[in-house]
Design a protein around this ligand. Structure first.
Ligand code: PNS
Length: 169
């Protein structure tokens, strides 16, 4: 399971709207297994309801990860096509609560159906991040709750700026 250059490369895909400390934990754990990890922001070119643009999301990932072995990128279209084009051999997904499992299982099986050679690897999030999700972070922050420790500080600054902009619109 190595690339043409003899490297183990994984794609960690997601919406990352925004990137959380739970995502960062999965990136760090992935680096123990893979030589290079591509954190890939999935966006819908025609209808994307995300709070942050794909560029803002990749910028946040770059600011938070800062490792020569981590690449931040974005893609629209099928994940398996992106994985194949990037020369990676595996998809990494983080698993938190049991509730994640069914959705993740369906996606992994569909991706296997589409490209049997691409393996999906699940990594357990640390207990500290078991209940962190981008959706809840946005909800709590928009209602004035404290999200310190749940997201990188650079993301916290961008999120508070974004929510202020939204409120003033
Ligand atoms: O962080 P998310 O929103 O749970 O990530 C879901 C994501 C982006 C991994 C998934 O929606 C995806 O792979 N989208 C790309 C389009 C695609 O390939 N869809 C079929 C997946 S089986």
């Amino acid at each position: 399971m190595k690339s043409a250059r003899g490297e183990r490369v994984a794609v960690f895909p997601g919406s990352f709207d925004p990137f959380t400390n739970g995502h960062l934990d999965i990136v760090e754990r992935s680096l123990e297994i893979f030589d290079r990890v591509i954190v890939a922001v999935a966006y819908n070119a025609t209808k994307d309801s995300a709070l942050f643009s794909p560029k803002e999301r990749t910028d946040m990932i770059r600011e938070a990860t800062r490792s020569a072995r981590v690449v931040a990128d974005s893609f629209s279209g099928l994940l398996v096509d992106y994985v194949e084009g990037s020369g990676a051999q595996a998809i990494v997904r983080g698993l938190r609560a049991v509730a994640d499992f069914e959705y993740e299982f369906q996606m992994a099986m569909m991706n296997r159906h589409l490209r049997p050679r691409i393996e999906t690897i699940f990594i357990m999030a640390s207990e500290a991040h078991f209940y962190t999700s981008s959706r809840l972070v946005k909800e709590v922050a928009s209602l004035g709750g404290d999200v310190t420790g749940l997201i990188p500080s650079s993301v916290r600054r961008r999120l508070s700026r974004k929510l202020t902009e939204k409120r003033e619109r």
